[in-house]
Design a protein around this ligand. Structure first.
Ligand SMILES: *[C@@H]1O[C@H](CO)[C@@H](O)[C@H](O)[C@H]1NC(C)=O
Length: 305
């Protein structure tokens, strides 16, 4: 508002993974493969869920939503990264960068919420099995999912509008393969202290509350499972939760490592590999985690093949 030429930067350069020309082709082949496997695996899970009558339960509706969010999440960053590996010019326009940031934050936060809803689903299934379908009615499931989409949308809108109103005057090299919050803050010449405060308060609440909710739910779940007397009942109850627990560990583990490690300031360089891991690993592995560990999904897959 104060200055006409507030953003003199009209495009950003994404330095990406490697400037070594010999690594470009193998790296781009690797990431293209990872991308295709992720999208195909998640689409397979989605079509299995839609086509199999036994999988028409709340647990699988939420798993379908997780697959959809995972596919969108990788599509925001990986195709552009592969294109940049192959191209001489690694630039992205200011608007393009803000658009990518917006969809990245939206899908990343949505993934946290879906994982939390899935924990609630397991909590109800295990502590209140007889009323499971009446508590998680079609209408409740839809409201939970819609609420999560809207809240993550608003959160991303808030962050993206603040970051796009910052001043960028000159420095435009992003030391990562996509437009993410920490490298953009490092490039801005505005005073970002108050925004950083917001990231560490509202942002932590946004990411921490699903995590805390999941931990509290699992505390209850494990207490209930331990009170089951037959050991086969116990292992059956636990097997429905283990896939979800692995996804939770993978996703939140890499997020916390990426955003909340102590040397965050001035550590843009060391941030690179971990940001890469967290933006591709969990979407890639989720379909395998769920299809290999879940008898019902395996059965449906066998029938489809
Ligand atoms: C997401 O969840 C809702 C609510 O259960 C369900 O109606 C919808 O089909 C799910 N979407 C996908 C893509 O699985």
């Amino acid at each position: 508002m104060e200055k006409e030429n507030s953003s003199s930067v009209t495009e950003f350069i994404l330095l990406g993974l490697s400037e070594n020309p010999e690594q470009k082709s193998p790296l781009s082949a690797l990431f293209l493969t990872i991308y295709l496997v992720t999208v195909l695996g998640n689409s397979l899970i989605l079509s299995l869920i839609f086509m199999t009558p036994e999988l028409q339960t709340p647990m699988y509706f939420f798993l379908g939503n997780l697959s959809f969010v995972d596919s969108s999440f990788v599509s925001v960053t990986v195709p552009l990264m592969v294109a940049h590996l192959l191209m001489e010019k690694k630039s992205i326009s200011f608007q393009g960068c803000m658009t990518q940031l917006f969809f990245f934050i939206w899908t990343a936060v949505m993934e946290c919420f879906v994982l939390a809803i899935m924990a609630y689903d397991r909590l109800v299934a295990i502590t209140n099995p007889l009323r499971y379908l009446s508590i998680l009615s079609r209408k409740t499931c839809l409201s939970l999912i819609c609420f999560a989409w809207i809240l993550s949308f608003l959160h991303s809108l808030l962050y993206t509008s603040i970051i796009s109103s910052l001043d960028f005057c000159g420095l435009n090299k992003i030391n990562e393969h996509f437009c993410d919050i920490p490298p953009l803050l490092a490039l801005s010449c505005s005073d970002t202290a108050s925004f950083e405060l917001l990231v560490y308060t509202e942002g932590s609440i946004m990411a921490m509350s699903p995590f805390v909710f999941i931990m509290v739910s699992y505390f209850q779940i494990i207490k209930t499972i331990l009170s089951i007397h037959s050991s086969s009942g116990r292992s059956r109850a636990f097997s429905t939760c283990s896939s979800h627990l692995i996804s939770v560990g993978l996703y939140f583990g890499t997020i916390f490592a990426s955003y909340f490690h102590p040397a965050s300031a001035g550590a843009v360089e060391t941030n690179r590999p971990i940001a890469l891991v967290y933006s591709i690993l969990s979407p890639l592995l989720n379909p395998f985690i769920y299809s290999l560990r879940n008898q019902q999904v395996k059965g449906a897959l066998r029938k489809m093949l």
